[in-house]
Design a protein around this ligand. Structure first.
Ligand code: MN
Length: 726
């Protein structure tokens, strides 16, 4: 049944009014807009109670603004918090209409709600950490608390088994969380409500007994507090004195823990004095006054003002004995301490002088809270905690579920393989695939908090070298390495055995020097790698052994250097002789055989024209000692742009596609053009010469470096004369 327009209007104005009263600043238009969207989106839905569903987000928003008033963004997010999950409206729409902050909070609230679905709460602490790891904005938690509080307040409308599950979750996850966040009031209400659904009999009995004794208790406390009130007034202090019964759940817990009957719980009598002025010294002053009126019990005294609790709680706890011999607990605190104790983050906010530094404050709180979780034992004083902004560890961890719903903690960036090894080494060794939230994912995909991970195994699957590149945990890494090493050892042994068998067959022996030479020649790092290659069929042992027998015959034949030099020189267009000797016939010296790219110089011979030498030719240097005047400047012409032909002598292991790999490697480098390729293969080896156009020797040398890095290339060198005078 939809709400009437008048009722809607009344609800909206009431919420806006509360915002005005409780928040430092309010974007009223945003609140009204959120209200209207939430109303429209939930218009056709009803709650278990039969009320319009809209009243739930509305009440959640009211709790936010009244119990934990932080800012208008939180109120707006509270109004919209169930929209994405329950209606047609998308997160993108919310972001467009209300901005990224609101959308992120709504998304966060939706996500952490989903984490609990279908999982048994068996490791409450891990659940709390899981939530923290998923939350980047503290307001997500605040809205979620408000949501949970309203659900708990209206829990009587849901079926009993659901009641128990939600109550348990609330008691184990949300209440301790609220406490850590300093939300004292939310915490006790969550606890009492959970208690009510988890142990109805005990709840009713304690409630009844408290009620039975209420009149007596109130009368007694009136008498007890009278002299205190008089004294405090005498000293001109502004204060509020309230007597309060303990919360039901804390009475119950004490009865269980200390095995006491209801009547023996002495601090059923408790009063609280809240001093209006923000001056901690007044608290000690009041403590002095009380201790003059009544006898204190020293070992029940706690000073949480000098040393606040980890959640920032500050107060003096003092227990005294009345003349009638009854114990009364007295809490003394300032108004500010009280607000922080009851409202945590929100109160802290309120007492910050500079409201505009909002983002930093929130950040500070989130960091503080996370730090407290992580280093609870390390810190005693709040100041220290606030001063140490240390990185929190939850951003370095993720929490994921097993198919059975158990929570597992892993480092960030963990993959299904890490998860598999974390479960059991057998699962890790045979994992072949994974499902995350029911969908198949690759083994190297990154897991995130809240994922439910299922590993698919196969007997035939084994750890793979490539896994090492993506696994994150030490456990997985070392297990994979151990496996690979074991496998490698087996391969090496098998390869060695095979090698020795072949030696026997050919009636050959290899001493260690000979073996070293062979291993080097074949470019293996060491004997083990050589044996491993044999076992993996990468080497044709028969070929190697017979090739070594018939050395020379098998030595690959290359194209003739003279032919190459001729081609290269004519392609370059010969050389240019400068100056007066232009026109004199020239030829190339056989001692150093210069080819295009080499720095050259001419030498005028008697009867044989000009001989072209390399500038570094030792022969030439000897000849010109006293005949320097016979030198002439010569140069390779600048043709074809400025490119000349050079040759690369190359050899390596023959693999399918090797020629393609080589030519790709060349042409993709500096747009190098290939003039010709002359490659032959001989079983497992290839050899030959590639002629390319290069700009200069640097270009050529870099190209050669590149080719040497190709996996199957044993050697690549510039093709040049093998003469000693090069
Ligand atoms: Mn909700």
């Amino acid at each position: 049944m939809p709400l009437t327009e008048a009722k809607k209007e009344e609800l909206l104005e009431s919420l806006v009014e509360k915002c005005r009263n409780n928040l430092p600043q309010v974007n009223e238009e945003m609140i009204r807009k959120s209200f209207r969207l939430s109303y429209e989106a939930h218009k056709n839905d009803v709650r278990a109670s039969g009320e319009p569903y809209f009243l739930h987000p509305y009440e959640v928003a009211s709790i936010v603004v009244e119990e934990i008033p932080l800012d208008d963004i939180s109120v707006s997010s509270a109004l919209l918090h169930d929209i994405v999950e329950d209606t047609e409206i998308s997160l993108g729409f919310i972001e467009k209409e209300f901005g990224k902050e609101v959308a992120d909070i709504v998304n966060g609230v939706t996500k952490i709600g989903g984490v609990f679905k279908g999982h048994e709460i068996s490791q409450a602490e891990n659940y709390r950490k899981l939530l923290l790891s998923m939350i980047k904005d503290v307001r997500v938690i605040l809205v979620k608390f408000a949501d949970r509080l309203h659900n708990m307040r209206t829990l009587n409308f849901v079926p009993p088994d659901k009641q128990r599950r939600i109550a348990k979750e609330t008691l184990e996850i949300y209440a301790p969380f609220a406490n850590r966040f300093g939300l004292g009031r939310v915490k006790w209400e969550l606890e009492d409500l959970s208690f009510k659904y988890l142990n109805k009999e005990a709840y009713i009995e304690i409630a009844r007994k408290l009620n039975d004794k209420r009149k007596e208790r109130e009368a007694y406390l009136k008498k007890f507090t009278k002299p205190i009130i008089e004294k405090l007034k005498e000293h001109g202090l502004k204060f509020e004195l309230s007597s309060r019964p303990k919360h039901l759940y804390s009475i119950y817990r004490k009865m269980i823990q200390q095995n006491l009957t209801f009547d023996k719980i002495y601090d059923l009598l408790a009063i609280r004095i809240i001093l209006e002025e923000d001056d901690p010294n007044q608290c000690y002053y009041v403590l002095g006054i009380i201790n003059q009126l009544y006898t204190p019990i020293p070992d029940r005294f706690k000073d949480y003002i000098s040393i606040p609790k980890k959640n920032n709680y500050q107060s003096i706890h003092n227990t005294v004995i009345s003349p009638e011999g009854r114990r009364v607990e007295i809490q003394i605190r300032t108004r500010k301490m009280h607000e922080i104790g009851e409202r945590g983050v929100a109160a802290h906010w309120k007492y910050k002088e500079n409201i505009s530094s909002s983002d930093n404050d929130l950040e500070e709180w989130v960091n503080w809270i996370r730090d407290v979780f992580e280093n609870a034992s390390k810190y005693e004083a709040t100041k220290e905690i606030l001063a140490s902004f240390s990185l929190n560890l939850y951003q370095k961890e993720i929490f994921v579920f097993t198919p059975r719903g158990d929570l597992m903690r892993l480092p960030i960036n963990s993959t299904p393989v890490d998860f598999a090894f974390e479960i059991h080494s057998n699962v890790g060794h045979h994992c072949i695939g994974a499902k995350v939230d029911g969908k198949i994912v690759p083994l190297d995909s990154k897991l995130t908090s809240g994922d439910q991970v299922e590993i698919i195994t196969s007997k035939n699957q084994h750890p793979n070298k490539s896994w090492l590149q993506f696994v994150g945990t030490h456990k997985a890494k070392s297990a994979i390495r151990r496996y690979l090493n074991r496998e490698e050892d087996k391969l090496i042994a098998a390869g060695k055995e095979f090698w020795e068998k072949k030696l026997k067959k050919y009636k050959m022996t290899f001493n260690s020097d000979e073996l070293n030479r062979l291993v080097n020649k074949l470019k293996y790092e060491n004997h083990s790698q050589f044996y491993k290659a044999i076992a993996q069929d990468e080497i044709n042992v028969d070929k190697i052994l017979t090739a070594d027998v018939d050395e020379g015959k098998e030595e690959p034949k290359e194209i003739d250097f003279e032919n190459f030099a001729e081609v290269a020189r004519s392609d370059a267009g010969g050389v240019i002789v400068e100056g007066e000797h232009k026109g004199i016939p020239y030829s190339f010296a056989k001692c150093c055989n210069p080819i295009p790219g080499d720095p050259i110089i001419g030498y005028i011979t008697i009867g044989e024209g000009i001989k072209i030498h390399k500038k570094i030719c030792k022969n030439l240097i000897n000849m010109i000692e006293n005949n320097e005047e016979r030198l002439v400047n010569v140069n390779w012409p600048k043709k074809r742009g400025s490119h000349f032909v050079a040759g690369i002598s190359i050899r390596g292991e023959d693999k399918p596609g090797i020629l393609n790999d080589l030519t790709n490697s060349i042409t993709s480098f500096n747009n190098t053009n290939i003039k010709s390729v002359n490659i032959s293969t001989n079983d497992s080896l290839f050899y030959g010469t590639i002629m390319v156009y290069v700009e200069d020797l640097t270009h050529l040398n870099r190209l050669i470096e590149r080719l040497r890095k190709q996996p199957n290339v044993f050697s690549a060198v510039r093709f040049e004369s093998s003469g000693v005078n090069r």
